[in-house]
Design a protein around this ligand. Structure first.
Ligand code: FVH
Length: 294
């Protein structure tokens, strides 16, 4: 008989910062949780919370129909799972390791060839955010019904967002969201370096910068998406020619203030290319098209 989702047994392979947070959340939600880690000592704190440590990955896999794996890279995942194909047959693997869409699709193909259900996932949270409001995990895989079977269990980790039956989609969404985050982090690093070059305390400037970045995200992202969706890139707000003309003010100021310009130089190149190709009246959405390789 099917076990109630609240107590369904789960296995977690990989107890780094994230795997440990995932296992702890499952335990807290009442799941019988079996854990395995290459370095066995990391099972100790979870065993103290009620987890069952397994001596081998195979023992752990055989303990539950749902196997969550969270290692450093997908190369490590392949190396761990490939010798365990027989034990994994008939089970569902949810791989929450960060990777590329192509890696997820390869793992899904390998799993399908061995009778294993494969769901790929992208965690949109740091370990401390697991099982707290605002955290979510993206999922994709060929077998949506298998995902639905385990959805309630997985919801103990974070909100679940199913993004489609192409196994590569969760990784694609994950990397795209993180790309936006890295762009922000680069800009914020440069902004704080600029204010600090004049002795402005970062704590004083941070609230202004936070509000500005949030306002600009709301003001920019939907419009760029609309431009790409409609093919209508013309703007009467802040076109590329104007931005190109203003951009040397930034790189000159960085240089004058004793800062490096490396992060911003490629953006100047992109604006130059946009205007030289006749797109000066367009808005930022045009830039996404210019990032495609010829
Ligand atoms: N931590 C974070 O903020 C991010 C949030 C979003 C998702 N990422 C991704 O999650 C994956 C794991 O990240 P992590 O933070 O748990 O990473 P570590 O604490 O460094 O733990 C790594 C675990 O992987 C095990 N491992 C590494 N190589 C192997 C191998 N060849 N065979 C078996 N296990 C391996 C390692 O084992 P050990 O070193 O303790 O023996 C840890 O359990 C990652 O994809 C992030 O990008 C986290």
């Amino acid at each position: 008989p099917a076990q109630p989702a609240q107590t369904a047994p789960v296995t977690v392979l990989g107890l780094g910062l994230m795997g440990s947070a995932l296992a702890a959340a499952l335990l807290k939600a009442g799941h019988a949780t079996t854990v395995w880690n290459r370095t066995a000592s990391k099972t100790g704190p979870l065993a103290a919370q009620g987890a069952t440590p397994a001596d081998t990955a195979r023992d752990a896999i055989e303990a539950a129909p749902l196997v969550i794996v969270c290692l450093t890279t997908n190369d490590h995942v392949r190396a761990l799972l490939e010798p365990e194909a027989t034990a994994l047959k008939g089970r569902t693997v949810v791989n929450l390791t960060n990777g590329t869409p192509a890696q997820a699709r390869e793992l899904a193909d390998w799993a399908a060839a061995h009778g294993i259900t494969y769901v790929d996932g992208g965690i949109m949270a740091v370990p401390q955010m697991i099982a707290t409001p605002g955290a979510y995990i993206l999922y994709s895989g060929t077998d949506e019904a298998a995902f639905a079977t385990h959805r309630e269990t997985l919801s103990a980790l974070a909100d679940t967002k199913w993004v489609g039956t192409d196994p590569g989609l969760a990784a694609l969404y994950d990397l795209s969201l993180l790309t936006g985050m890295y762009g922000m982090a680069m800009g914020v690093a440069q902004a704080l370096a600029l204010t600090e070059s004049e002795g402005i305390p970062p704590r004083d400037f941070a609230p202004l910068l936070t509000d500005w970045v949030i306002a600009m995200a709301h003001g920019t992202i939907p419009g760029m998406a609309e431009g790409l969706a409609t093919g209508q890139h013309l703007t009467d707000v802040s076109n590329l020619a104007m931005n190109r003309a203003a951009f040397p003010n930034f790189t000159s100021a960085f240089t004058e203030q004793g800062l490096r310009t490396d992060l911003f130089d490629p953006f100047q190149d992109l604006l130059d290319r946009a205007v030289e190709q006749g797109h000066g009246a367009d808005g930022f959405s045009r830039l996404a098209l210019l990032l495609k390789k010829d």
